[in-house]
Structure formats: C-alpha cells, structure tokens
Design a protein around this ligand. Structure first.
Ligand SMILES: Nc1ncnc2c1ncn2[C@@H]1O[C@H](COP(=O)(O)OP(=O)(O)O)[C@@H](O)[C@H]1O
Ligand SMILES: [Mg+2]
Length: 244
C-alpha cells in the first residue's frame, strides 16, 4: 500500500514528489546561505497549519522576532500568519526560547544536546504537533566538535522525531553553490529524504536558484534540478507544464 503523503505546500514541489512527502519522513534540506531554506520551512509549516495541522519551527540560530519579521517581509501575502500563531497552530520557537543549547556532562568535557532534544520533544507533545522544522542542524556541528558525538546527537534528534511520528524538515548549511560540486555529507544517510537547494549559474546577476530531490524514501520522485523563485505568495518551482 502506498504511504500517506504530507503536502509540502510548496508550489511545484509536491508534483516532483508525486503527491508530497511520505508521512513521518525526516528530510534534510541542504543548501548554501541565502538559498531560502528557512523560508521554505516557514512556508511548509504555514501551509500545513492552514490545513489544521499543528506546525512548529525550532530555530537553533535565530531569535523568534527575527524569524517572524523576515517571514512577513518575504511572504507579504501570508495573511493568516498572525492568526495561526495566535491560535497556536503555527509555533515559532526561536533560539531565544531554547534552554542552553549545549551542556557539559558530569566529566565536564563532553558536550551533549540532550536537554534541547527533550525540549523539542515536550513542545511537540504539548501542542500535538505533526509538522516540524529544525533550523539548522549545522549549529550542532559548530558546538559538537567530536565527530562521534556529533553523529550520536544527530541520530538521537532524528530518532526522537521518528518516535513522535512527525514529518520534519531539518536544514543544513553546505558549501555547494554548484550542483557539480555537491559532496555527500557523511550524516546524510540517517535521513529519509535529501533535498538540495543550489545557487548556481556563473555571474551574480545571472544566478538562478535551483532545487533537486536526491532521495525520498517511500515515493517515486522527479530527479530533475528545477529553478525556483521566492515570491510574496511563497516559493514557486518553475516546472515545465504537465502534458495533457
Ligand atoms: N522579500 C523578498 N523577496 C524575494 N526574495 C527574498 C525576500 N526576502 C528574502 N528573499 C530571499 O531569501 C533569501 C533568504 O532566505 P532564507 O530562507 O533566510 O535563506 P537560508 O535560510 O537558506 O539562509 C535571501 O537571500 C533572498 O534571496
Ligand atoms: Mg536560514
């Protein structure tokens, strides 16, 4: 039986995904700075909240107010943003609200991220959320220098999200403006899906952002690399119209 799909709500992306993200997939959204990862997460959560699914953004790098201001500035047509936040259908949990991100263990030298994972878990439970974005998991790498510990922490985060049964996007900063230069990060394998956002195309004024689905467990999907634009109505993938 085909798995239930969760619509990303991003124009064109659901067509590439043959209907949407398979329910309860943990998807990494990787790209360089400024490719629109945070905005894509916000649109995913906004559209799902509009459909009655409680949605939470957990930012590990930006303050709540900054996230909301940026979203409002970019997506001026998202007229229900304030209402959904007031009704706690859309919850923006910025880094200012997180308890200390990194704690030392009893030995005082190994860093752990368990408190924050537990915080995220309680918030998901308390609000009965089913759509989640974590922005970004790269922050973990900055703090958790030991590669073994970093892998443990990433695994623990993904395992918790799986246990909660949420459909999640987790952003990751990668240094890959060009598709030809994509390097598979060693931690990619823990995710059910990998989506990459590029900013390629030579001279700055000609740069075109593009998006590609590398992997998505549980569904057929397009392997095309598709240009997109960020508009006041949301992110719009510039797909070739479907043949009748
Ligand atoms: N009002 C806007 N109209 C069009 N594009 C915008 C607008 N505001 C921001 N952007 C685009 O969005 C980018 C930032 O998106 P963001 O999601 O914060 O990127 P990332 O999280 O990948 O670093 C900017 O670099 C800019 O290209
Ligand atoms: Mg961002």
């Amino acid at each position: 039986m085909a798995r239930a799909k969760v619509e990303s709500g991003i124009s064109g992306l659901d067509r590439m995904l043959n209907g949407g993200i398979p329910n309860a997939n943990q998807v990494v959204l990787a790209g360089g700075p400024g490719t629109g990862k945070t905005l894509l997460c916000l649109e995913y959560l906004y559209r799902n909240a509009l459909n009655g699914n409680v949605s939470i953004l957990f930012s590990l790098e930006e303050d709540t107010k900054m996230i909301i201001d940026n979203a409002k500035q970019a997506f001026t047509d998202f007229s229900e943003l304030d209402r959904l936040m007031d009704e706690k259908k859309l919850i923006i949990h910025g880094s200012d609200q997180a308890s200390s991100l990194i704690q030392k263990d009893k030995q005082g030298n190994i860093f752990t991220f368990t408190t924050t994972i537990a915080d995220i878990e309680s918030l998901i439970r308390d609000h009965a959320a089913s759509r989640v974005a974590i922005d970004s998991v790269s922050v973990l790498k900055l703090f958790v220098k030991d590669p073994f510990e970093y892998r443990n922490v990433s695994n623990a985060l993904v395992a918790m999200l799986r246990k909660q049964g949420v459909t999640a996007l987790l952003t990751m900063e990668i240094d890959t403006p060009e598709k030809q230069r994509l390097i598979f990060e060693p931690e990619f394998f823990i995710y059910d899906g990998i989506v990459i956002m590029y900013l390629s195309g030579g001279p700055e004024e000609n740069r075109v952002p593009t998006i590609e689905i590398i992997k998505m467990r549980g569904t057929k999907h397009s392997f095309s690399t598709v240009p997109y634009e960020i508009t006041s109505k949301g992110i719009n993938l510039l797909l070739i119209p479907e043949k009748k």
